[in-house]
Design a protein around this ligand. Structure first.
Ligand SMILES: C[S@@+](CC[C@H](N)C(=O)[O-])C[C@H]1O[C@@H](n2cnc3c(N)ncnc32)[C@H](O)[C@@H]1O
Length: 234
């Protein structure tokens, strides 16, 4: 399924919840199995990439030309090119890493985020509006009040909190089924890791999604060397 995975992240001190860390993207076309849940992307043709269309699950083996049969919620089926399929993860102690903003936003639009999401580093609300569109309650946090003004317009259904989570973590209250962390994905690994560890400890059952090119380089070097299929663009 995902390009790479490891049980529990590094630096996990004794007594911490064992978590699975996985690279969310890129998604390799051959890596889907019978029964996998997937999001089917709708091709927009040419260079315009694709956009999330609907959740489904895979049945059977690949056809001769490599297509996979997917079954939608209403029972209808479609023979999809694997480049248009994104694995759906969630529902358990799992942390997904992405190296790019595009993949991070794609995760917001397609993964199993549950009913309540915390987003750390909402900036101007691009991922926020994708999360709100999924129908979940979103608390969007950012330390920059000026960026948040734009986010409020972009995602009016969310709740917003101006807060530096590394300085004042206890101001973030509530229970969350998923936590999205993007506090500048290329900044120092240690800082991002501190934030990830905080989220994993506070909400041990949540799906945590992280954008960090540095973490990807350190833990999933094979994954970022492989290009994601060009079609998988949110
Ligand atoms: C790259 S932007 C996030 C982009 C967003 N994920 C998107 O899809 O458009 C990173 C944001 O993290 C915020 N940030 C950085 N450190 C933070 C911290 N300690 N607490 C809260 N927000 C933080 C920055 O103010 C910035 O708006």
């Amino acid at each position: 399924m995902a390009a790479a995975s490891s049980t529990a992240g590094p630096d996990a001190s004794e007594g911490e919840t064992e978590r699975q860390w996985e690279a969310f993207a890129p998604h390799l076309p051959h890596a889907f199995a019978d029964g996998d849940r997937v999001f089917v992307m709708k091709s927009r043709g040419g260079q315009r990439g694709s956009r999330p269309f609907a959740a489904a699950y895979i049945v059977g083996e690949a056809t001769e030309d490599g297509r996979r049969t997917v079954v939608y919620k209403d029972g209808s089926t479609y023979a999809a090119r694997p480049a248009l399929l994104v694995p759906i993860r969630g529902g358990g102690p799992l942390t997904l890493f992405t190296a790019t903003t595009r993949a991070y936003r794609l995760a917001a639009a397609t993964q199993d985020v549950g009913t309540k999401t915390l987003e750390v580093g909402c900036d101007q609300g691009e991922a926020t509006r994708r999360l709100v569109a999924r129908g979940c309650a979103v608390l969007a946090v950012d330390k920059a009040a000026d960026r948040m003004r734009t986010a409020r317009d972009a995602a009016p259904g969310a709740t917003f909190l101006v807060c530096d989570v590394l300085c004042e973590p206890d101001r973030v209250e509530g229970k969350y089924s998923s936590v999205f962390v993007d506090i500048n994905g290329s900044r120092a690994y240690d800082t991002v890791l501190k934030c990830v560890r905080w989220a994993e400890r506070r909400w041990p059952a949540a799906l945590v999604v992280v954008k960090s090119s540095e973490a990807m380089r350190m833990h999933f070097p094979g994954a970022i060397e492989v290009s994601a299929p060009a079609r998988q663009r949110a």
